[in-house]
Design a protein around this ligand. Structure first.
Ligand SMILES: [Zn+2]
Length: 103
């Protein structure tokens, strides 16, 4: 992360000094963490619950090598209800060209 990324939320902010972090949510993977145990939670950032679920999935699970689904629960604070999201992870083909000479 460089100075161009917010140290708190990780968002690209460029050289802007008036960056405001999106709202912070609690997130948990119920099949991996424990919705009762705050030490297994992730911090997730997003304007809406869905954005926060996607943000934490992209940040934590983007290195998966094959498509998978992950369930992520988010809530705004400890007294709010968990909102459950099923996140689908797909890898997309990527093409690049490298010059190898002339004929
Ligand atoms: Zn921020």
């Amino acid at each position: 992360m460089s100075e161009f990324y917010c140290k708190n939320c990780g968002q690209y902010k460029g050289v802007s000094r008036d960056h405001e972090c999106p709202p912070c949510w609690q997130a948990v993977r119920p099949d991996y963490g424990d919705p009762e145990d705050e030490s297994t939670f992730y911090k997730a950032f997003g304007e809406e619950a869905e954005d926060a679920a996607l943000e934490v999935a992209e940040r934590k699970f983007s290195d998966w090598e094959y498509p998978r689904d992950v369930e992520i629960w988010v809530r705004q604070n400890p007294s709010a209800e968990w909102l459950k999201f099923e996140i689908t992870v797909e890898s997309v083909p990527s093409f690049s060209a490298s010059p190898v000479g002339v004929v």
